[in-house]
Design a binder for this molecule. Structure first.
Ligand code: EPZ
Length: 452
């Protein structure tokens, strides 16, 4: 078993988070072969928080090596949990959980660490978590989390940017309740579902988020001894239990990473196979890929193959909560629409500020007009390479995809965003035959082999 988080890994991790290297991408080359899909970031993060509910050591498998996972690891360590990492396996020991306060510096970097407020409160009867604040894609309030915890009987006060929650009364236990979510928020559903596992009595969450990551989190909690029914549907019922036990659990593959590689195959007119995937988790994405003319076949129960297709044509998309078209695929899919003949429309309904990739795509010769959250994408025959900058995780993925299809050499800046959500994207693409290279700006005088 690898030792605790050690200094070498620490430096590696620092590098991930602050990677100022750039990517040089030479486009217009076909990809081929198989690509391995990592565990889902948006499952791994709440899963790590959920281990705080247990009073025994928990083992999680398929945890991707990402900057966000490192940050969540630091949050859990700050709360008193011990973490051991062995490749993509994490052993989390929450027995000595004793500090109810999550550090601002970490929550500011990773919004998802706010979801830990549920498990901390349920375990310790008190929790102090900084308000995560907005991010590049929107204001992202946490009012639904707070109102839900209040419905479960917690006193919650927000002062000086800190959410202070505590359970009054001697029992120090949350009380089961009926909660209707005004919006099927993924994070609020996860926070409240986790908190309710150790509450007294039954909790019903209505208009709950149905994302596969919510269902995966429920399955993890059930494997730890929780009573949860209906996860993956609009109504989740949780019967509280006194305590949760240890677990050895493997999280689901990342459907957004899988969707990103399907588009990499489509935008370069290549033949690639991606696995492991849960095809059902990608239904909305696959249906839109087929509607623009991309050929996709399901070769086995956990793999998908994207094949050379005929000329791609336009389509219209609205992002929606699951099972609708995922907002996290909006930017990557827009890169594809930019080379689909005809006029497509893309409407972002989940986040209020998630069109920041458009101006960079237009720098690469795309023809996209934006009005508020609505974009009209006029397809162009070919994109042309240009220096571009990623502004957030999925916007960065869109620029990489566009660069793979563009003529010439693109210089991409923004690896610190990509490293938050894609495990070794550059190496995986290189293995598929993409012509790209990471350039460490510090060693700028490094000359490129002219043969590339
Ligand atoms: C999760 O964020 C994902 N993050 C996001 O992925 C994803 O885009 C989002 O769900 C939607 O699918 C993780 O799982 C770690 P929400 P979350 O609560 O939970 C509003 C990526 O690229 N809202 O479902 O924060 C909110 O402002 C990331 O991997 C409230 O108004 O999303 C937004 O407009 C980005 N009040 C909408 O709901 C609340 O209390 C959806 O947010 C909570 C949310």
């Amino acid at each position: 078993m690898n030792q605790q988080l050690n200094s070498i890994e620490e430096t590696e991790k620092q590098k991930l988070a602050t990677d100022k290297s750039i990517l040089k991408i030479w486009g217009s080359s076909r990809l081929q072969g198989n690509v391995n899909i990592s565990g889902a970031k948006n499952s791994a993060l709440p899963a790590m928080a959920a281990t705080l509910l247990s009073s025994e050591v928990c083992r999680l498998h398929q945890i991707p090596c990402l900057a966000d996972i490192n940050t969540m690891g630091k949050v859990l360590s700050a709360l008193g949990a011990k973490i051991k990492q062995n490749g993509n396996t994490l052993d989390i020991d929450p027995r000595d959980l004793d500090n109810p306060e999550a550090p601002y510096e970490l929550v500011r970097k990773l919004r998802a660490s706010f979801f830990a407020i549920g498990p901390i409160l349920a375990r310790l009867g008190v929790a102090r978590v900084p308000l995560p604040g907005g991010c590049a894609i929107g204001a992202r309030p946490v009012d639904l989390h707070v109102r839900g915890l209040q419905a479960l009987g917690a006193e919650v006060h927000i002062e000086h940017g800190m959410v202070n929650a505590y359970i009054s009364g001697s029992k120090k236990k949350l009380q089961g309740a009926k909660i209707y979510l005004d919006y099927p928020s993924v994070g609020a559903t996860e926070t409240l579902m986790m908190a309710a596992t150790l509450a007294e009595g039954e909790t019903i969450i209505e208009n709950a988020a149905q994302e596969p990551e919510v269902e995966d989190l429920a399955n993890l909690c059930i494997a730890m001894g929780a009573n949860i029914f209906g996860a993956g549907t609009k109504t989740i019922v949780i019967s509280g239990v006194p305590k949760l036990h240890s677990v050895d659990y493997t999280i689901i593959p990342d459907r957004i990473e899988a969707g990103t590689f399907l588009i990499a195959g489509a935008i370069t007119n290549s033949d690639i196979t991606i696995s492991p995937v849960v095809p059902k988790h990608l239904s909305a994405v696959i249906s839109k890929l087929k509607s623009v003319g991309v050929r996709i076949i399901q070769e086995t129960s956990d793999s998908l193959r994207v094949l050379h297709g005929e000329t791609l044509k336009s389509t219209d998309i609205d992002t929606q909560p699951y099972p609708g078209f995922p907002t996290d695929m909006q930017a990557p899919f827009m890169a594809l629409l930019s080379v689909c003949s005809g006029s497509s429309s893309m409407t972002e309904t989940v986040f209020e500020n998630r069109m920041r990739h458009v101006s960079e795509l237009n720098r690469m010769g795309a023809n996209i007009r934006v009005k508020g959250n609505h974009a009209i994408v006029q397809g162009v025959p070919k994109l042309s390479a240009a220096p571009v900058v990623g502004t957030d995780l999925r916007a960065s993925a869109a620029l990489i995809l566009a660069a793979l299809a563009a003529e010439g050499e693109t210089t991409f800046q923004g690896l610190q965003h990509l490293n938050r959500g894609y495990e070794q994207l550059d190496i995986k693409l290189q293995k598929l035959g993409a012509k790209l290279q990471k350039v460490d700006l510090v060693k700028e005088n490094h000359t490129f082999p002219s043969s590339i």
